[in-house]
Design a protein around this ligand. Structure first.
Ligand code: CP
Length: 307
């Protein structure tokens, strides 16, 4: 059994051997995705509910494809289309659906801790597909997979996460996962977008100058400004943010080596990342998306075949 837990709620405290097990299993499923018939019978007879109570393009599509490619039965429910809009609680929603014999619930929710709460009120396996500004474990796992695929190893590589660190679940899951795998992790952004006490998570450098970050790192994982989570203005203007923090071709040209460019999406083109960099040779952004299906197949397989 690869996990100490029946659930995947985050990468905090997930041992490196479990991460390696997921990445190795994902490599096998990545090969399945290149076959003419991209389907295996692994989760035949299992039923998965995708409960997406916050918007998503990549994660939801990726989970649904991963489940179908594993031959699971799949039901999907979004916030807009559910009775949560009529006032039904998350607990009642989950318990009603579980009575229909669901084995795995994949949940995205705007509240940090919603997936943990679900584990206490239902018996099904719970997978966190992003909870508030807390964790997004499968995004970080696909980021780790992509770094390993591109660079051969994660250990010893210097990954800098750039942008809105304070409001990002991707940042937190990446910090935990990268540290567990032996990478050096730094962050870069305006001081108002970097949480106090970030050094306690084992971050080695806090850069407030993106050119300085580019001089030191092997990988830049660029994040979107999560303006919808900012209660008040945290920097003077988008124009100024772009001027000081956007990752552009001109800035990358000053680096002595080719830095790998990652972004979890959705991208705000020409805000945090110039369009030519997003689409350029150093970018692995679309490989991240492809690898996400294989990584989610691995997580569903490892958790879904435990019992
Ligand atoms: N990376 C990511 O979580 O994208 P979505 O919000 O589109 O799922």
């Amino acid at each position: 059994m690869p996990f100490g837990s029946r659930h995947l709620l985050g990468l905090e405290n997930l041992p490196s051997e479990d991460i390696v097990s997921i990445l190795d299993t994902a490599s096998a499923f990545r090969e399945v995705l290149d076959r003419p018939i991209k389907k295996v019978p692994t989760l035949q007879g299992k039923t998965v509910l995708n409960l997406f109570l916050e918007s998503s393009t990549r994660t939801r599509t990726s989970f649904e494809l991963a489940e179908r490619r594993l031959s699971a039965d799949v039901v999907s429910l979004s916030g807009d289309a559910s009775s949560i809009r009529k006032g039904e609680s998350l607990k009642d929603t989950a318990r009603n659906i579980e009575m229909m014999k669901i084995d795995i619930v994949v949940i995205r929710h705007s509240a940090a801790g919603a997936p943990l709460f679900l584990t206490k009120v239902i018996d099904a396996t719970v997978i966190n597909a992003g909870d508030g500004a807390h964790e997004h474990p499968t995004q970080a796992l696909l980021d780790l997979y992509t770094i390993r695929e591109k660079m051969g190893t994660i250990e010893g590589k210097h990954v800098c996460i750039v942008g809105d660190i304070s409001h990002s679940r991707v940042a937190l899951s990446n910090i935990h996962g990268l540290r567990a795998m032996g990478a050096k992790v730094s962050v870069c952004g305006p001081a108002t977008l970097i949480p106090r006490g970030i050094d306690r998570l084992g971050v080695s450098n806090v850069f407030t100058d993106v050119d300085e970050a580019i001089r030191h790192c092997d990988v830049l994982n660029v994040l979107r400004l999560q303006l919808e989570r900012h209660g008040r203005p945290l920097f003077p203007s988008i124009r100024e943010y772009r001027q000081y923090f956007a990752v552009t071709k001109e800035r990358l040209a000053k680096a002595s080596r080719d830095i790998v460019i990652m972004h979890p999406g959705p991208i705000n083109r020409d805000v945090e990342l110039s369009a030519d960099v997003a689409d350029g040779e150093q970018s692995v952004i679309l490989q991240q998306v492809l690898n996400g299906v294989a990584v989610r197949m691995a997580v569903l397989y490892l958790l879904g075949t435990q019992r």
